[in-house]
Design a protein around this ligand. Structure first.
Ligand code: BGC
Length: 480
């Protein structure tokens, strides 16, 4: 192989000879950053978390029991009998956590509000101590230059609500709470998400039984619960808009099934877009189009949801932005069948992070943004979550979570492609700032997801290698 001159090397790496910063000790040139790997000016870099997973302090300041407290007390539901206490004790340590974000150079933090802290009984009298708490949290963030993105419902609702999501009234209760909270915080919080991942708090909780309240109901009831979920989003959107200060933007955070064209031909791309629209028919498609697709209703037949008049208009009211929690995707190719596509299932050997479902599909990052834009043209899109579970190997002074870095870098490469092609992706929230209570897996070492390690006994937070990497991404506003 012929020897490369410094200029050739620079060219090959996408920089110029003059632009090369020579590696300090090794003499190996560090590549000048190719322009095309940068994110747009003003791109929002943040981290995400959720109340029940991080706050702990479930018994303080008048908080009521949540569905998750009850579920965690049920023997056999959560690994090692764990619960949302102590989690990361963020209820008391939020200022320290905001400092971690500041140290990263992040400009935003996505948190959720614990509904049972605000309305311990579900409805009725509000608990001022709960409101005061979130006011302090928001004020501290703003003092540190961090913009709060607030989700009203990330799966923990007051256990006192009769029937939970089986009861249509819960959708109205959520709207009342969300409107109330918006009136308290929208002088400072400008970005509000109604709900997080409707498919999880409906199906996983009421069909698969893995999440609170742990039911395994038949399809007709599950479809009705899904309907209550999307209705809750629509009603909350209305209530927040009615109560919030002008300039508040309202959206949702969904985790749509994203179909990746296995080969980028026009036929496969069209097939993947159709498949994405159909796969999300009960949730995001309904919220973006204000209707249930005929294919969904026909497939469910007598088990299809019962819809009251006016519901779909509420569900489909335009949002100011769409939040996408993007972890994985599925390959699809065009096919000569009735649907026009074929789903190519993950293989037993497909690379995964530590959750079974977390198949590594970085291209889904690009296609999530592109399909969403092509199908529904929302004004703005955020990646409201993206992250990876892994078992940390803890050395005395560091945690080299190289696989998490690999995962994140690859996904960011594809999000960046979407920006470079002009899609309206405005920001990215890494899941998550720190290890926390990972639902039915509790505090299991194998599904830690933070870029900061948390020792749950001492609550000590330590940045992992991925935090160092993310800091560099933010500093350079580029994939590194
Ligand atoms: C949820 C988080 C959860 C993460 C990993 C997301 O779907 O919003 O609460 O921790 O997945 O399971």
């Amino acid at each position: 192989m012929s020897k490369l001159s410094r200029r050739d090397l620079a060219k090959a790496l996408g920089g110029t000879a003059a632009g090369i910063a020579v590696g300090t000790r090794t003499g190996i040139p560090a590549p000048a950053l190719p322009r095309e790997r940068r994110f747009p000016e003003g791109f929002v870099w943040g981290c995400a978390s959720a109340a029940y997973q991080s706050e702990g302090a479930t018994q303080v300041d008048g908080r009521g029991d949540s569905n998750w407290d009850v579920f965690c007390r049920t023997p056999g539901k959560i690994k090692d009998g764990a619960s949302g206490d102590p989690a990361c004790d963020a209820y008391h340590r939020y200022a320290e956590d905001h400092q971690l974000l500041k140290d990263l150079g992040a400009g935003a933090y996505r948190i959720s509000i614990a509904w049972p802290r605000i309305f311990p009984e579900g409805r009725g009298r509000a608990n001022q101590k709960g409101v005061d708490h979130y006011n302090r949290v928001i004020d501290d963030m703003l003092e540190k230059g961090i913009r709060p993105y607030v989700t009203m419902f990330h799966w923990d609702y007051p256990a006192a609500l009769p029937g939970g999501w089986q009861n249509r009234d819960t959708a109205y209760a959520l709207a009342d709470y969300a409107g109330f909270m918006a009136s308290k915080i929208s002088d400072r919080v400008k970005d509000i998400m109604t709900t997080n991942e409707i498919g999880v708090f409906t199906d996983v909780a009421h069909h698969e039984g893995r999440h609170a309240p742990g039911l395994k109901l038949p399809p007709a009831q599950v479809n009705q619960i899904r309907h209550h979920g999307v209705l809750a989003h629509g009603l909350a959107l209305q209530a927040i808009r009615a109560a919030a200060k002008q300039g508040t933007r309202v959206g949702f955070a969904e985790c749509p099934a994203i179909m990746v064209p296995v080969i980028e031909t026009p036929a496969c791309i069209a097939a993947a877009r159709t498949a994405t629209r159909e796969a999300n028919a009960p949730y995001m498609t309904a919220m973006m189009e204000g209707k249930y697709l005929d294919a969904y209703l026909e497939a469910e037949g007598a088990a299809a949801p019962k819809v009251d008049s006016g519901d779909m208009r509420v569900i489909g009211a335009p949002v100011d932005f769409v939040g996408i929690n993007l972890y994985t995707g599925d390959y699809v190719r065009a096919a000569e069948n009735e649907r026009g596509y074929e789903l190519l299932r993950a293989l037993p050997t497909s690379p995964r992070m530590n959750h079974d479902w977390l198949v590594i599909r970085p291209e889904a990052g690009y296609w999530a943004i592109r399909h969403t834009s092509d199908l529904w043209r929302p004004e703005a899109i955020y990646v409201s979550e993206n992250g990876a579970s892994a078992t940390d190997v803890v050395e005395p002074t560091h945690v080299n979570d190289v696989d998490r870095v690999m995962y994140l870098r690859n996904y960011l490469t594809h999000f960046q492609r979407a920006c470079a092609e002009g899609y309206s992706l405005k920001g990215y929230f890494l899941w998550c700032l720190m290890d926390n209570f990972e639902w039915e897996h509790g505090y299991s070492d194998s599904v830690r997801m933070g870029i900061h390690r948390v020792e749950f006994k001492t609550q000590k937070r330590t940045p992992k290698l991925s935090a160092e990497w993310y800091k560099e991404v933010i500093r350079r506003n580029a994939v590194v």
